[in-house]
Design a protein around this ligand. Structure first.
Ligand code: SF4
Ligand code: SF4
Length: 331
């Protein structure tokens, strides 16, 4: 059987050592049911995940976060709704745990209060696509709020209409001194013209690879991630419910058990309800393009990548990408 030492030279071994002991235990929290946008295709609203009674007592949030910390969580990923509508809850997490805030960027997080909190700003394409899907060109606002911020990147959800048009969006991001990570739209609300065809995905893979070559300082990504997310395949296996690692632990009844994120939960804003997974509770898993779930799928399957040096290097690059997205290692 291959070992890490037999597969990697000294440089790659050093890169492996840098990530090997990170021991990440993440969970996801809906900070609120409200949002200041209503994007077409938002998984949160389209799946009805917002229909719970929001906990309004900040003391209960603080107690809940303490319990999550005691459960072993060492990375809190805050989504919603729009987390920045609830700065007190955001602060309660930030004071207790390494915290990542997924936001549309319309409200600026104070860097006096949250100096090194990671912020990921959602972006759904160029200005025109954003107007169609989100009702406004959010970049025009978010880029002013976060220009040059060293703890912020754009999470660019590429739609089928964006294929062949990514570069101008990347250039806008370069110009405001921020980073970007790419993922794919899953079209949860069946918006006409936003379904994927395999030919488009093949073209997109090529385009994402090319962008990564041209803008390596701006794009946080890896070519293996591009391959897996556009084909839905990893080492001959197809992504879907039978493989997904991002399922809430207590709802995971799959037999035999699959490789998964340890102790992962996704909590609703009532602090009681749990959702099925990191994304839409009603999505057909065979159509799921969720970037984080694909990334985690690779990460939890380390042993399967120990057949060849190239496979192991691919695995390291994806793990590094994940670690950079949360600044667990430097950009
Ligand atoms: S900004 Fe995010 S949470 Fe709000 S509607 Fe859009 S996708 Fe949904
Ligand atoms: S919708 Fe996606 S993330 Fe959720 S369980 Fe299915 S495959 Fe996993």
């Amino acid at each position: 059987m291959n070992t890490i030492s037999s597969l990697l030279n000294e440089d790659w071994h050093e890169r492996y050592r840098r990530i090997a002991n990170l021991n990440i235990r993440s969970s996801i929290y809906d900070l609120t049911n409200r949002c200041n946008l209503r994007c077409k295709g938002c998984f949160f609203f389209s799946s009805g995940e917002h229909i719970v009674t929001e906990e309004m007592d900040i003391k209960k949030w603080e107690h809940f976060i303490d319990k999550e910390k005691a459960r072993g969580v060492n990375l809190a990923i805050l989504i919603g709704g729009e987390p920045t509508l609830c700065m007190d809850r955001l602060e309660a997490f930030y004071k207790r745990l390494p915290t990542y805030c997924a936001t549309n960027g319309l409200i600026k997080v104070s860097r006096d209060k949250f100096p090194d909190m990671m912020v990921g700003i959602s972006l759904w394409g160029g200005g025109e696509d954003e107007k169609v899907l989100r009702g406004k060109d959010t970049f025009a606002v978010s880029s002013k709020n976060y220009e040059g911020d060293p703890y912020t990147y754009y999470l660019y959800t590429v739609t089928p209409r964006q294929v062949g048009k990514i570069e101008p969006v990347i250039k806008r991001i370069v110009d405001v001194g921020l980073k970007v990570h790419l993922q794919l739209l899953s079209n949860d609300e069946s918006v006409d013209g936003f379904y994927w065809r395999q030919g488009e995905l093949d073209d997109l893979r090529f385009e994402m690879d090319e962008m990564l070559d041209h803008y390596p300082q701006t794009i946080i990504s890896s070519k293996y991630y591009h391959e897996v997310i556009t084909t839905g395949m990893m080492l001959g296996r197809r992504f879907g419910w039978e493989e997904c690692p991002s399922v809430t632990e207590s709802l995971d009844t799959r037999k035999p058990p699959v490789r998964r994120l340890i102790h992962f939960y996704r909590w609703a804003a009532d602090l009681k309800t749990i959702h099925r997974c990191c994304t839409s509770a009603t999505r057909d898993c065979s159509t799921c393009k969720d970037g984080a779930a694909h990334m985690s799928w690779i990460m939890v399957n380390k042993r399967e990548h120990m057949n060849t040096t190239r496979d192991m290097q691919n695995w390291i690059e994806v793990y590094e990408m994940f670690a950079k997205l949360y600044r667990l290692i430097p950009w």
